[in-house]
Write a protein of this length. Sequence first.
Length: 411
Amino acid sequence: MSVCVVGSGGREHALANVLARSGDEVVVTPGNPGIPGSTLVPPDDVDAELFVIGPEIPLVDGLADRLRAQGKLVFGPGADGARLEGSKAWMKAVLVGAGVPTAAHMAFTADEHEAALAFLATLPGLYVIKTDGLAAGKGVTVTESLPDARQAVAAFLSGEAFGDAGRTIVIEEGMTGPELSVFAACDGKQAVVFGSAQDFKRIDDGDVGANTGGMGSYTPVPEVGPDLIATVMDTCVEPTLAALRARGVDYRGFLYCGLMLTPDGPKVVEYNVRFGDPEAQAILPLLDSDLVALLSQAAHGALRDQPVFSRDAAVCVVLSSEGYPQSPRTGDVISGIDDARDLAGVDVLCAGVSEDDRGRLVTAGGRVLNVVGRGADLLTARTVAYDGVAHIGWPGMHYRNDIARSAAVAM
Ligand code: AMP
Ligand code: GLY
């Protein structure tokens, strides 16, 4: 079966590698010069039997609907389902209607500034203010200070902080506990678990510094057993899918459930309507099943098989460019990718790269490469990943040294 992956990052590189395993022809649009099969032909003009859409922006913009209207088989929700990620206020309304555990909240528009401040004052302590719309993972303020929270409300609602994405906000009660990402593949009616992982949002070791799109990930998460996953499916994912169906949404795609494991049990922090990046890079290579078969069944609305994963562990370390996330420097020549790939258990996935006029791979974004190590346990996978990292370099290359460190020791 020929497959077209839409997107250009490390997640799409991982998807393309795993989709290509069974000999299927895979193109990636627009991809990047480090992903085999990349093409600048737009998705509407690609001739493929299955389309898999990676990032949220084309999903929210209705690419899946447009392709389906052309008679194409698509794995990825339509714009109606993608609202789960495109509007936090709508997502929270769906969750509350479905009885899914989540933080208490209220949504406010720009002309409800006073009401927003009044609601803030009723909250017990940790204050959380979010943009309703997409803000590249940056539109969230979490603070213990009421004055800072009030200031954030003003900056969001005025449009000063995030433009139109912030003119509607969600204010919610702060939750505490470890975070966990659980993934499911959905066919509109049923959802099957597609792994879980821990990611690392902050730029520097010890979870300090700027918030990023993700500096690394690992799977499995030692504290997460089958009972916790079953609870998340029963209390969060399945009721959400049922609530979407009740609203007429036929959700066929990955559902990313961002959770906080609170003292009162798992609660949903957010949904994303796609696989996580860099969680996909750790989870997908461990799939033993045929990904093309699974995603085409889901895209047809009739999932029959359960994904089966290897018992191995995987650790993904993100290599970023100098200045990321504020102002990534680009154009630096990257060395050592092939040497890293020659090591047993190492793969290198390309995210923010382009080619210079001599055909060399150069940095072209913030998160440049993902080095994935695989092994029988987290400690081995982690060692393998960092051995791979040691072969790669460019001026100003940055990465975290502590991806999966405490989990590998705990295992
Ligand atoms: P979101 O974009 O909704 O995933 O939020 C980004 C990050 O903000 C999450 O990964 C959490 O670390 C934090 N966060 C979001 N909502 C809450 C909440 N209600 N309580 C505590 N932290 C939160
Ligand atoms: N790793 C976080 C995300 O994909 O949004």
